[in-house]
Write a protein of this length. Structure first.
Length: 94
C-alpha cells in the first residue's frame, strides 16, 4: 500500500530542507512541480510564470500526475500537493 506524506507551509518554512534530508536518507521524494514549471519556462526563454490561472492549472495537473505516479511505491514524500494547487486556483492574484 502506498503511503504518501505531504509537506506544506509558507515560504521559508523548511520544506525543501526536510525533503533534501529525506532524499539523502534514501526516501523517495517527488520534485517540486511549481519549481519544475518555472525552470522549464526559463530554459525555453519564456517568462518564469504564465498568467496566474494557467500556472495554477499546470501546477495542479502536475501535482495530480506526481501523486498518481507514486502508486506502487511504499513511501513517497511530496512538497505541496493538489490541495495547494487548488487553493492557488481560487485565490485571486493582484
Amino acid at each position: 500500500m502506498a503511503r504518501r506524506f505531504v509537506l506544506t507551509g509558507g515560504l521559508g518554512a523548511g520544506k525543501t530542507a526536510v525533503l533534501d534530508n529525506l532524499s539523502k536518507q534514501g526516501f523517495r521524494t517527488a520534485s517540486d512541480v511549481a519549481l519544475d514549471v518555472i525552470r522549464e519556462r526559463k530554459s525555453q526563454g519564456l517568462s518564469p510564470r504564465p498568467d496566474p490561472q494557467a500556472f495554477a492549472e499546470e501546477f495542479h495537473r502536475r501535482n495530480v500526475d506526481a501523486w498518481d505516479a507514486s502508486r506502487g511505491h511504499e513511501v513517497t514524500f511530496f512538497k505541496r500537493c493538489s490541495c495547494d494547487s487548488i487553493a492557488v486556483c481560487w485565490v485571486p492574484v493582484r
